[in-house]
Each structure stands twice: as structure tokens, then as C-alpha cells.
Design a protein around this ligand. Structure first.
Ligand code: ATP
Ligand code: MEV
Ligand code: MG
Length: 394
């Protein structure tokens, strides 16, 4: 029986280059963001598993004998969620077939991960779980992956598949490389429930943090990443990664000879950008930026060709261009977030003016730090007052 109260956190991510192409085996460059998802884990009432997800309005509780019986009925050999397993979970949770609302997908991913992990490593746990996030949901910043990484780490720990590395008196701790590999592989299964066909880049960044190159499951930390100033803008136009990824696949099947060269070009941009970043000094001077800016412009055009642009993102690019700044969408596109490079010689006045114009479009924008740590275990009392308050209210 789980007896400690702890918290797990995982960062969101920004994809610099390679979104969508990475689903088809091309290279992506991604960095962890200083916005995180937090999961609080507490011993629950004996025989009950409860989950509260304030970001998507879910508060559910099940008795563990009922979950154990369901787990027995849907047991499968494969680690990946099957259509039949997900149908059985939907029926159990009262989720309509084909429902793709955030709360339905979040509940389904929770149930799948809980039952699949406990079937392999232990018993259905009697715990109380709350997940709250600083990340906007469904905006391209990897909220689904941060959610899945937190769930994977907490459930694997409760079931005894990974250690609880936090010693008495410590405020934070991380898991070993081997344990992180296990967390990442289960988070990928959670992403599958939410996304349908994820590449795995988002959960890799959520697990390992920092800055990495990702291609076909191979994760390579970037050797050296300069301090890049990035402005993040949320257009607040809602979209679903699952739907956008499916749309790109359809376009490629329809026009392979036209679309495949676009994917190859995106791959080349990611690779060139990696070389440029690794050759840059830690605190780059303005002359290093024009090439990075051109990569942003070219890739933004490519993403429009793939059909994942949106008028709100065009507007974002136009507004920043009017201040001589370069932007591209990040994540799945179709709305959501864009990133803007801020070269070191950009005057504070120019940044302020760009921000004001973006806000006047109804967008929200903020400067961000990149390269945050990956999944982390926390002693609850070491969390900030804001996070504690948000978790306690739930
Ligand atoms: N804090 C959260 N609590 C519960 N579920 C969440 C939370 N954040 C995200 N989700 C789940 O993830 C889904 C959003 O995932 P989606 O992949 O569409 O967007 P994203 O991950 O924010 O963007 P991208 O995949 O482009 O980086 C939501 O519909 C919900 O099911
Ligand atoms: C659009 C996509 O490439 C990135 C979403 O953040 C999907 C994926 O890689 O799973
Ligand atoms: Mg996602």
C-alpha cells in the first residue's frame, strides 16, 4: 500500500524544427520549456482510486475491485493500446465512441496507463491523484506528453517498477537513465491514446528535458545549445494534434511526389539548424542569427504547404515581421502557439512593441527560458506556493 505524499513534475516543450515530419521518421529538434505539469500523489481510501484533472474538468473515482475485474477482461500481450481495449475502457467510463473532447481523452489515457502498468508490475493502487499544469492544454507546447510522463512516473513508482529516489529531507530527486527509459516508453503509450500516432518526441523531451535531436525513436542530447531568447505566442485558437497529424498523413498519401520533398527539406532544415546551434558560442552575437531566422521563415512556409497553418498563425508572423522579427508555428499548428526568435541586439522597446501588437490581436505572449530539467520527483512542501495552492484547490 502506497503511504507517502509526493509530487511529480514534467516540462512542456518547444519544437524548433521538425514537427509533423518527425512522425514520418525525419529529424526534429526540441527543447524543454520552463512551464511544467505537476501531479500530486497521496494514499487514497482503501479500495479506491481517484483522479482529479482541473485543467480538463475531470473528477472521477473508482473502486479497485471493479478496475481489477476490468483489467482481467482486457488483458493483452502487447504494450500498445488496442482498439478493443480502448473500446472496453470507454464503455466502462461512459465515454461515447469517437469522443475526442479533452476530458474524454485524458480519462481514457489515465485508465489505460493505470490498468496496463498495474497489470505488468503490481496491483491496482489505492491512491489519490491530482494533475494540474502551467501549460495551456492543446496549444502545441506538449501538454499531452507532460501529462503522460507524470502519470507514467507516478504509476510506475506506486507499482514498484521504478524506485522512489527521494530521500527524507531532500526536496527533489531524479530517476536513473534506465528508469527514465521505462517512464518514457509508458508515456509514449499514453500519448498513443491521446494522439493516435505520435512520433515520441514530446514525451522524450518531457522525460529527459534539456535540448535534443529526435529521429525514429533515437534520442540524442544536443552537444551545446546557446542561450536563445524566444518569445512564445499563444493564438488561443484550439486544435487537436491527433486531427492535424491525420490530415498530414492524408495529404502525403494523396500527393506523395509533391509532399515527400517537403518532408525532406524540413529534415534538412533540422539537420542544418543542429550544426549551426552546435557551432555557436554559448552567448551568441547578432551575426549568428540571420541563418536561424531564414530557417524559421522557410519551415513556416513548408508547414503551410503540409496544411497545418492557420490565419491566426499568418497574422502572428506578419505582426512580428513588422518589427523585423521572424516566427514559425511550433507543435502541431492549426492555431496553438508560435515561436519568435529574439536576437540579442533586439531593443527592449521593439520586443515590447511586438508584444503589444500581438496582444492587440487577442493573443497571449511571454518570453521563455528553454532547456528545463525533465521529469522530477518533489517533496510536496518544496513546491511553490502557487503550485501548492492549485493542487490543494482541486
Ligand atoms: N493538465 C492536463 N490534465 C489532463 N489532461 C491533459 C492535460 N493537459 C493535456 N491533457 C490532454 O492532452 C490533450 C491535448 O493534447 P494535444 O496533443 O492535442 O495538445 P498539446 O499536447 O498541448 O500540443 P502538441 O501535441 O502540439 O504539443 C487534451 O485534450 C487532454 O486530453
Ligand atoms: C505534430 C507533432 O510532430 C508534434 C506535436 O508536438 C506530432 C508528434 O511528433 O507526435
Ligand atoms: Mg500533444
Amino acid at each position: 500500500m502506497w503511504a507517502r505524499e509526493l509530487a511529480v513534475s514534467a516540462p512542456g516543450k518547444v519544437i524548433l524544427h521538425g514537427e509533423h515530419a518527425v512522425v514520418l521518421g525525419k529529424v526534429a529538434l526540441a527543447v524543454a520549456l520552463d512551464l511544467r505539469t505537476f501531479l500530486r500523489l497521496r494514499p487514497g481510501a482503501e479500495g479506491r482510486l481517484s483522479v482529479c484533472l482541473p485543467g480538463v474538468g475531470v473528477r472521477r473515482s473508482w473502486d479497485t475491485p471493479g478496475l481489477r475485474a476490468l483489467r482481467g477482461r482486457i488483458a493483452g500481450k502487447s504494450k500498445s493500446p488496442s482498439v478493443e481495449q480502448l473500446d472496453a475502457l470507454r464503455e466502462f467510463a461512459g465515454i461515447a465512441a469517437g469522443a475526442s473532447a479533452p476530458e474524454s481523452l485524458a480519462t481514457l489515457a489515465f485508465l489505460y496507463m493505470c490498468l496496463a502498468i498495474s497489470a505488468k508490475y503490481g496491483d491496482v493502487p489505492s491512491v489519490d491523484i491530482v494533475v494540474w499544469s502551467e501549460l495551456p492544454t492543446g496549444a502545441g507546447l506538449g501538454s499531452s506528453a507532460a501529462y503522460a510522463v507524470c502519470l507514467a512516473a507516478a504509476l510506475l513508482m506506486v507499482c514498484g517498477a521504478i524506485s522512489c529516489p527521494l530521500q527524507e529531507g531532500e526536496s527533489t530527486a531524479r530517476w536513473t537513465e534506465e528508469e527514465l527509459t521505462l517512464i518514457n516508453s509508458w508515456a509514449f503509450q499514453g500519448e498513443r491514446v491521446i494522439h493516435g500516432n505520435p512520433s515520441g518526441v514530446d514525451n522524450a523531451v518531457g522525460t529527459w528535458g534539456g535540448a535534443l535531436r529526435y529521429q525514429a525513436g533515437k534520442i540524442t542530447p544536443l552537444k551545446r545549445v546557446p542561450t536563445l531568447r524566444i518569445l512564445l505566442t499563444n493564438t488561443k485558437v484550439p486544435r487537436s494534434t491527433k486531427v492535424l497529424v491525420a490530415g498530414v498523413k492524408e495529404k502525403i498519401l494523396k500527393f506523395p511526389a509533391i509532399m515527400n520533398p517537403v518532408l525532406d527539406s524540413i529534415d534538412a532544415i533540422s539537420q542544418e539548424c543542429q550544426s549551426v546551434l552546435e557551432a555557436m558560442p554559448a552567448n551568441p552575437s547578432p551575426e549568428h542569427y540571420p541563418v536561424l531566422e531564414e530557417f524559421f521563415d522557410i519551415n513556416q512556409h513548408h508547414l503551410n504547404v503540409l496544411g497545418v497553418g492557420h490565419p491566426s498563425l499568418d497574422r502572428l508572423c506578419q505582426v512580428t515581421a513588422s518589427h523585423s522579427l521572424h516566427s514559425k508555428l511550433t507543435g502541431a499548428g492549426g492555431g496553438g502557439c508560435g515561436i519568435t526568435l529574439l536576437p540579442p541586439d533586439t531593443s527592449p522597446l521593439a520586443v515590447e512593441a511586438a508584444k503589444q501588437d500581438l496582444c492587440a490581436c487577442g493573443f497571449e505572449c511571454w518570453e521563455t527560458k528553454i532547456g528545463a530539467p525533465g521529469v522530477t520527483l518533489h517533496c510536496c512542501s518544496s513546491l511553490s506556493a502557487q503550485v501548492l495552492h492549485a493542487l490543494a484547490r482541486s
